[in-house]
Design a protein around this ligand. Structure first.
Ligand SMILES: NC(=O)c1ccc[n+]([C@@H]2O[C@H](COP(=O)([O-])OP(=O)(O)OC[C@H]3O[C@@H](n4cnc5c(N)ncnc54)[C@H](OP(=O)(O)O)[C@@H]3O)[C@@H](O)[C@H]2O)c1
Length: 247
């Protein structure tokens, strides 16, 4: 858990689940956290709580489907804290449904948030990190970015894409001393099942999560492990799942 104190960590999707718990976890270990999400009230309340406890946090309302808003989030981090050490590209939704349901709006949103959101994060952070000649870009894929099952076509496609983008980035940013990581969690207890809009699928997923999901601090610890490595160690992939999760 070394190397966390004093780091500036920008987190998208910070209002809930992984983003929220990771912001709290890292700020308790001395990181300055920059919270981005659409729910202004939630991230402002989080920032207030962290600052009241002696930590450092700011909140910037951010919709990751808007490149200019993601740039504003990252620029705010650099303006406030002088640098960006880590970008956690975390915002995402999981609107599972069979293709034959033709949930075209869900498909668009899933691609806009889960894929374009990650690209916009890279676009916002990369110029700063190149200049600094340091930084870590962490993007959240999923076990569903390694496996495919019925109902998961578009979500899995988005999470495979995150892995592809992150691996290309890894190879490209070597000259700038920038590190890249993809984290692929299995079923973890967050608000994510709430993003399933197909009623029958939502019921099954809720049931599955109730029976199998593990607590969200599992994710925060994985992020902390990667961040705390020395600068010459580039942890590129972490996949974890509940011990009882089969696929
Ligand atoms: N939990 C799991 O089992 C699991 C497993 C594998 C991968 N993941 C991935 O983990 C990531 C985090 O999800 P979670 O499990 O923590 O779910 P969650 O509790 O539902 O949190 C999702 C976060 O994403 C944000 N978000 C959604 N759309 C956004 C947008 N357009 N712009 C900015 N922020 C947006 C939400 O904030 P606002 O609504 O306030 O904007 C929220 O903070 C996702 O990428 C998800 O695919 C989760």
């Amino acid at each position: 858990m070394e190397n966390i104190e004093g780091k500036v960590v920008v987190i998208t999707g910070a209002s809930s689940g992984f983003g929220k718990i990771t912001a709290e976890y890292l700020s308790e270990r001395g990181a300055s956290v920059v919270l981005g999400a659409r729910s202004t009230d939630k991230i402002e309340a989080m920032a207030k709580k962290i600052n009241n406890k002696g930590g450092k946090a700011i909140a910037v309302t951010t919709d990751v489907t808007k490149a200019d808003q993601v740039k504003k989030l990252v620029d705010a981090a650099v303006k406030e804290f002088g640098k960006i050490d880590v970008l956690l590209n975390n915002a995402g939704i999981m609107p599972l449904s069979p293709l034959e349901y033709l949930k075209v709006e869900d498909w668009d949103q899933c691609i806009d948030i889960n894929i374009k959101g990650v690209l916009y994060g890279i676009a916002a952070a990369l110029p700063h990190m190149k200049e600094q000649k340091s930084g870590q870009i962490i993007s959240v894929s999923s076990v569903a970015g390694h496996t495919i099952s019925p109902g998961g076509a578009v979500y899995s496609a988005s999470k495979y894409s995150v892995r592809v983008i992150s691996e290309a980035l890894r190879q490209e940013v070597k000259p700038y001393n920038i590190r890249t990581l993809v984290i692929s969690p299995g079923a973890v207890n967050t608000g994510l099942p709430g993003s399933v809009t197909a009623e029958d699928v939502a019921e099954n997923i809720k049931q599955y999560y109730t029976e199998n999901a593990i607590p969200a601090d599992s994710f925060a610890r994985a992020v902390a492990f990667a961040i705390s490595q020395p600068e010459d160690v580039d942890v590129n992939e972490i996949l974890f799942r509940p011990t009882k999760q089969q696929l």
